[in-house]
Design a protein around this ligand. Structure first.
Ligand SMILES: NC(=O)c1ccc[n+]([C@@H]2O[C@H](COP(=O)([O-])OP(=O)(O)OC[C@H]3O[C@@H](n4cnc5c(N)ncnc54)[C@H](OP(=O)(O)O)[C@@H]3O)[C@@H](O)[C@H]2O)c1
Length: 330
């Protein structure tokens, strides 16, 4: 592909939102020795993508450089392999998590590390696969690694609260928690109550009602774990609704979350708030892809946009009212 040009969408400075995205023609990237070049079929947008553009992760030197082609969660076909790639060949259908530092997803082609690429069975569509990496693995790992929730029927069932269950992470978290027969209470807006029940939630609260704001389970249950996918809820709201050893997994931690985390540790509190940041690995991509193939997990697709309208997809994600995942298709 050396010398070939491709269409891409990039930004060249912090800020600017959807208006800061520019449509450009740039050279198709070349895979390094352990990378695959993918002809992209779908990419999904995660809130972290536009938070990086806002400069929220500037202290972590993200993005690594400008101009930056955003988005990391993709599905596509292998178009070229680096000389040391062993597990993939040209023509393979795959799912991949691109590098957070360099992104690359809003384009016709992107390079992915072999270790963050997994085979995609033909039953799993590119859009379904592209939704999985960050959102699906955040849901899985928050449940299993932090909250100790089992995702199979032989596990000890727990009472779980998922906030913002209609969003990308929440919609996976509800489905995954139910694989383990856990009792799931969920919050979402009124328009999505039936939808979230359809994902398997046992009880659903409208977050704009007093009961929803208090996060109280209608059946009076206390929660062993909260998969907290929204923001702005103080510890004083969580404290009375947790079991003795209940844990809140905070996916959007701020200064106050880190203070609460430290305070709970220092005071040997049995109730905990744990800030969590996902690390995507190939094993996780394979695990979730298998669940989708087996019909045990669905990617809920809010909307699909062609690459030529990527700025509309970007604006929709920033707006914060998606039901499931927003997909861009080159
Ligand atoms: N730490 C990590 O590793 C990690 C990984 C992934 C995501 N995250 C973070 O987790 C958060 C969720 O991500 P996401 O991809 O799921 O976002 P998302 O898909 O954009 O979430 C949108 C959904 O949230 C709902 N919502 C908004 N405020 C709500 C509230 N107060 N109560 C209940 N529902 C509410 C909206 O419903 P309405 O339209 O009805 O308002 C909408 O359906 C983001 O802050 C993201 O940055 C963190």
């Amino acid at each position: 592909m050396a010398g070939k040009m491709m269409h891409a969408v990039q930004y060249d400075a912090y800020g600017g939102g959807a208006a800061g995205l520019k449509h450009v023609e740039v050279p198709v990237p070349s895979p390094k020795k352990n990378e695959v070049l993918l002809r992209l079929e779908a990419a999904s947008i995660n809130p972290v993508d536009w938070k990086i553009q806002k400069g929220v992760l500037r202290p972590l030197f993200l993005p690594r450089s400008f101009p930056h082609i955003p988005c990391t969660d993709v599905a596509g076909e292998v178009a070229e392999v680096g000389p040391q790639v062993k597990d993939f060949k040209v023509g393979d259908k795959v799912i991949a998590k691109l590098s957070t530092q360099y992104g690359g997803g809003l384009a016709e082609f992107a390079v992915a590390s072999e270790t963050l690429t997994a085979a995609r069975p033909s039953q799993v569509s590119p859009a379904e696969a592209a939704g999985l990496p960050i959102a699906g693995l955040t849901a899985r790992d928050a449940l299993t690694q932090i909250a100790g929730v089992k995702l199979h029927e032989t596990g000890q069932p727990k009472n779980i609260l998922v906030t913002a269950a209609s969003g990308g992470v929440g919609s996976y978290a509800v489905q995954l928690a139910k694989l383990g027969n856990n009792h799931v209470t969920a919050t979402c807006g009124a328009r999505n109550i039936d939808f979230v029940k359809g994902l398997g939630a046992d009880e659903v609260l409208d977050y704009k009602t007093p009961e929803g704001a208090a996060l109280r389970s209608p059946s009076g249950r206390k929660y062993d774990a909260v998969i907290h996918c929204t923001t702005g809820i103080p510890w004083s709201t969580f404290d009375p609704i947790l079991t003795e050893r209940g844990v809140v997994v905070d996916l959007t931690p701020n200064g106050s979350s880190f203070m609460t985390f430290a305070l709970k540790k220092l005071t040997f509190s049995k109730k905990q708030l744990v800030p969590f940041f996902v690390t995507v690995k190939r094993e996780g991509l394979e695990y979730l892809t298998q669940l989708v193939e087996d019909g045990k997990l669905k990617t809920i697709i809010d909307s699909k946009f062609p690459l030529s309208k990527a700025e509309d997809a970007w604006a929709k994600s920033i707006d914060g009212h998606a039901t499931g995942k927003i997909i861009v298709e080159p």
